[in-house]
Write a protein that binds this ligand. Structure first.
Ligand SMILES: Nc1nc2c(ncn2[C@@H]2O[C@H](COP(=O)(O)OP(=O)(O)OP(=O)(O)O)[C@@H](O)[C@H]2O)c(=O)[nH]1
Ligand SMILES: [Mg+2]
Length: 303
């Protein structure tokens, strides 16, 4: 996504930061006081208490060795600290050296209504534009309408789809899709799953089973598990994910609805607390409203 468009889509968060930060920088205070106030602004913007403290403690350290303590430089150092937090999260450390790098299977998980199916449609389009052959698996057989919804996205993005039947075991839909993926030599398989609460044991068992089916039936292909989080839920997004992590080895986050929130700062605390990288961000309902996450572009768009 073009940087200017990203900036436009994140403007609610940016405006919220700008008003508060301009107010702080506009006053004639010493830098220590200013950093204290920055910390408050970060907390109010859903960066989280711990992450805000971490950013500001580093800021206090780094400003000590600087001659230039102007507002501009302080703002630059603040952005550097934010980028550092965002870049620190490590992807799942599996060694993919012997894998066919062009091919991957992505399992998409998360609670209800966070934007899983929409993000899959957007991702399918993104990969199609890169010339890849994409197969989707409609393994949300639970919610009425979910299969049709994914089929619409398959048509829109010019991808193929394995259709599950209503109430069919989602693991068997995924099994069929993996088979088709291998036999017909697709580049990418993306599996949709039903939204589920993290504390529903039987539903988490089901996810684990889907993951096992993939692991068992394919090798030498990069496997990803993306958890989709709705940024408008702020700090609650963090509470939702722990069980998903334990059950499916989540390797990346897709953070959605950043266009609808002034609390985009939650990105920082999600990465910091969970130590999982954000891979894509959703910034609208349209097919092109997705971008690969770049920490520098993101920070430049919000502050
Ligand atoms: N504004 C905005 N809306 C989004 C974004 N991503 C998804 N949505 C909307 O969020 C709503 C739910 O999206 P779905 O893709 O159906 O969510 P889901 O996680 O698949 O939902 P379930 O399958 O029911 O659990 C839809 O109205 C989407 O258009 C986004 O980045 N920005
Ligand atoms: Mg869905």
């Amino acid at each position: 996504m073009f940087f200017s468009k990203l900036k436009e889509n994140l403007k609610k968060t940016k405006e919220a930061f700008d008003i508060k930060l301009d107010n702080i920088f506009g006053q004639n205070k010493d830098y220590e006081q200013i950093i204290d106030e920055i910390e408050e602004v970060l907390i109010l913007s859903d960066v989280g208490v711990n992450t805000s403290a971490k950013i500001c403690n580093n800021l206090r350290k780094s400003i000590k060795s600087e001659k230039d303590r102007s507002s501009e430089n302080l703002k630059k150092l603040l952005k550097d600290q934010m980028v550092e937090i965002l870049d620190r999260a490590k992807a799942n450390s599996t060694n993919y050296e012997n894998y066919d790098r062009a091919k991957q299977i992505i399992l998409v998980v998360g609670v209800n209504g966070v934007g899983k199916t929409t993000s899959i449609g957007k991702l399918a389009n993104l990969y199609r534009m890169q010339g890849k052959r994409v197969l989707l698996a409609a393994a949300d057989t639970f919610r009425a309408g979910a299969i049709d919804q994914l089929e619409i996205w398959a048509n829109r993005s010019d991808s193929d789809i394995c259709l599950g039947k209503p109430m069919e075991d989602p693991a068997s839909v995924v099994y069929e899709a993996v088979k088709k993926f291998k036999e017909e030599d697709y580049d990418i398989l993306i599996c949709d799953t039903a939204g589920r609460l993290h504390n529903k044991k039987n539903l988490m068992d089901e996810l684990e089973k889907i993951k096992r089916i993939i692991d068992k039936n394919i090798s030498n292909v990069k496997e990803e598990v993306f958890i989709v989080l709705d940024s408008t839920t702020g700090q609650n997004a963090i509470l939702q994910v722990k069980n998903f992590f334990e059950r499916t080895q989540v390797s990346g986050i897709i953070l959605t609805k950043l266009d609808s929130t002034a609390k985009g700062g939650v990105v920082l605390s999600i990465v910091d607390e969970l130590n999982i990288p954000i891979r894509y961000i959703g910034t609208g309902e349209k097919m092109e409203d997705i971008s690969e996450f770049s920490s520098v572009d993101f920070v430049d768009s919000i502050i």
